[in-house]
Design a protein around this ligand. Structure first.
Ligand SMILES: [Fe+2]
Ligand SMILES: [Fe+2]
Length: 219
């Protein structure tokens, strides 16, 4: 989807209704996701930038929805803690907004040294979050092993590429990403794209408020 192709709100809203029907009482709440707010001090580059808090917040919302949809469909249990921590940290150690190939590996090492995060999740979830962070960067063909959590984080990250204007649905690993989440992800980005003009400290809350207003999460 190019940046010039605007998603039709009615189509996106229909997809959101479908997501709400599928998730029912499991639709995540704003309050729950708010507890994963990243610290702007974590970011090596500008926390308000294109890979900053707003992006991590949208990836947090998108991975949560996709993970529950995939769990339901495939009858599997995913490590949500690893996924959420990866969502809010995968890009924090970027040193530029271009091709910084080592930023995933850097983020993997970095979260392993954060006492606050280590106390929050189990050692096995921490190891998986580090693996996701490390391998979220390269093309799938270069990744030694792709656990379902990595495939979900990569799809959620890819869905927010709408902000870069170069989403390629053929890269998605899950049909839900292509068929159900793509238009809501575009709508969420469009509705929060002005977040770049508000302070980084407020961007996370702004994205969650917007997701709640759009019906993607519970208020
Ligand atoms: Fe990244
Ligand atoms: Fe990212």
């Amino acid at each position: 989807m190019s940046e010039h192709e605007r998603v039709s709100p009615s189509e996106a809203e229909y997809d959101i209704l479908e997501i709400r029907n599928l998730l029912g009482k499991d639709l995540p709440t704003r309050e729950f996701l708010a507890s994963y707010k990243p610290d702007t001090a974590w970011f090596m580059e500008e926390a308000g930038g294109i890979h900053g808090v707003g992006h991590e917040a949208r990836v947090l919302v998108l991975q949560e929805l996709l993970a529950i949809l995939v769990e339901r469909q495939d009858g599997i249990q995913l490590d949500h803690e690893a996924l959420r921590v990866a969502a809010i940290t995968h890009d924090v150690r970027r040193i530029n907004h271009k091709l910084d190939f080592a930023h995933g590996e850097r983020a993997a090492h970095w979260i392993g040294r954060q006492q606050e995060l280590k106390e929050r999740i189990s050692p096995s979830s921490m190891l998986l979050a580090q693996y996701i962070n490390h391998w979220h960067v390269p093309n799938d063909t270069y990744i030694p092993n792709i656990p379902p959590e990595l495939s979900i984080l990569k799809d959620a990250d890819g869905l927010d590429r709408v902000r870069l204007g170069d989403v390629d649905p053929s890269f998605f690993r899950h049909d839900f990403s292509k068929n159900l989440l793509l238009r809501p992800a575009a709508l969420l980005f469009e509705a929060t794209s002005q977040s770049a003009t508000i302070p980084a400290e407020q961007q996370f809350d702004f994205v969650l408020d917007t997701a709640a207003n759009l019906g993607m999460i519970r208020p």
